[in-house]
Write a protein that binds this ligand. Structure first.
Ligand code: LLP
Length: 426
């Protein structure tokens, strides 16, 4: 059952009416559903557990970058997730939320010395190493600190994930991971390195992938490498296939996790490898909305002129439409019948930021009046985390709903918050 429904012509998240949240917290506001997170996590987990296999079940490392609010992290920790991080900042978030660094895998092409040192001292579960240069740095820091590191090499399997070019990561033109041949060389070097312990192999070929096929291709490439390495006397414990499971924004095909689970299970049958995955979007995207209020209507004066609804959220709050031409479903929070003064038309939903790229949706048929609340769907992933203070706009509050209750999990920023780090000279 959807976590969004209409009661008395008003949008609800679980059992909380959206206007009640806005009355308490103001707008714009991000609203997340606990039930959605729990149900998605359980669905994915069930799809990956193979009752007929004696091997350990798959391990889910939630990709913190998708939505790094501390309360969201705690929710997934309570469900049994580990965390995939890409920075020291994300590691600090995991620590603050759940204090459990040994369930962390560290991805990313540009790990700084400070980030590596922090992760070594905390003895995280695994570093996904993306280049020989990083491997060398990691080994040096491990020796210097006297803290050995467990590693997986991130392979770039050169498969096309058929997704937006900005979020495709598994082609050789992309900066991520290393080609198979180089991965083998890196494992050779690890074998001679007393500070690095090879425990796995990793890849992540892209995001918002709707067809499991490229992931299966990537798995095949990784298994070939696993076999070559086993032939050389190196047995790995896990294979990390990354994230990328696509979700429905509009009319996309829902990623079939059951089919994925079955096919991966078959490919891994008889092997002693544990499967790891790093899902972000799949777990959170459709568990969040961004609610914004209409400030002004600027209807076009002729048929060829556009109709603009200027709202109080902007590209700094949700940059996906401007950055990736992303389409997010939009609806009014209160339905048409309650608002006879509203105008039905095709509206461009735009923000107050001084850029023509500042739009949240274009040409949507809506019946709206100034002061109305609008919900922008699929805003649980890569939304608040990609927000900025452009135009000196304080970021929205974040609210987490659970059944009939809600709480603020990040207060709205104030103008003072924005100015505080700055120093005026003489
Ligand atoms: N693991 C690694 C190493 C990643 O780079 C990513 C995402 C994930 C896991 C999680 O992928 P997911 O399951 O969420 O697809 N800002 C873009 C998405 C960027 C994804 C970057 N990497 C967007 O708004 O669509």
């Amino acid at each position: 059952m959807s976590v969004y429904q209409h009661q008395q012509q008003t949008l609800q998240v679980e059992s909380v009416a959206v206007p009640d949240i806005v009355a308490a917290v103001g707008s714009p506001v991000y609203i997340y559903s606990t039930r959605y997170f729990v149900e998605r996590y359980r669905a994915l987990s069930a799809a990956l557990s193979n009752p007929s296999s004696p091997g350990p079940a798959a391990r889910i490392y939630y990709a913190v970058k998708a939505n790094s609010n501390l309360s969201v992290l705690r929710c997934f920790h309570d469900l049994g997730a580990g965390f995939d991080i890409v920075s020291g900042g994300e590691l600090q978030r995991v620590l603050a939320a759940v204090g459990d660094p040994d369930s962390v895998v560290f991805s990313g092409v540009g790990k700084s010395i400070a980030d590596i040192d922090l992760a070594l001292k905390l003895d995280i579960h695994c570093f996904n190493v993306e280049s020989p240069a990083e491997q060398e740095r990691l080994s040096d820091r491990a020796r210097l600190l006297g803290r050995p590191a467990r590693i997986a090499v991130r392979v770039n399997p050169d498969v096309d994930a058929n997704t937006h070019p900005y979020i495709s990561t598994g082609l050789k033109e992309n900066k991520f991971g290393v080609p198979a041949e180089l991965a083998l060389e890196m494992y050779e070097r690890v074998a001679a390195d007393e500070w690095l312990e090879p425990i796995g192999i990793a890849c992540h070929i892209g995001s918002q992938i709707t067809d499991p096929e490229p992931m299966l291709q990537a798995l095949t490439s990784l298994l070939n490498l696993v076999d070559v390495l086993a032939g050389r006397g190196l047995d790995l414990d896990h294979i990390d296939l990354g994230g990328g499971f696509g979700v429905v924004y509009d009319d996309e095909q829902e990623f079939d996790v059951a089919d994925y689970g079955a096919r991966i299970g078959a490919a891994l049958e008889g092997r002693k490898l544990t499967l790891s995955i790093e899902p972000g979007r799949y777990l959170v995207a459709n568990g969040g909305i961004l609610v914004t209020r209409v400030e002004y209507l600027k209807p076009g004066r002729g048929n060829d002129e556009r109709n603009f609804a200027v709202v109080d959220a902007a590209m700094n709050d949700l940059i996906r439409p401007a950055l990736y031409q992303a389409w997010h479903r939009v609806e009014t929070v209160c339905s048409d019948e309650q608002r006879p003064e509203a105008t039905r038309a095709h509206w461009d939903i735009v923000g107050p930021v001084c850029e023509s790229g500042d739009f949240l949706a274009k040409e949507r048929q809506l019946t709206i009046a100034p002061g109305d609340l609008i919900a922008i769907h699929s805003a649980g992933a890569y939304a608040m985390v990609q927000s900025s203070n452009y135009n000196s706009r304080p970021r929205p509050a974040e609210v987490l709903v659970e059944e009939s209750t809600f709480r603020v999990v990040r207060r709205r920023e104030s103008s003072e918050d924005l100015i505080r780090p700055e120093l005026l000279g003489r």
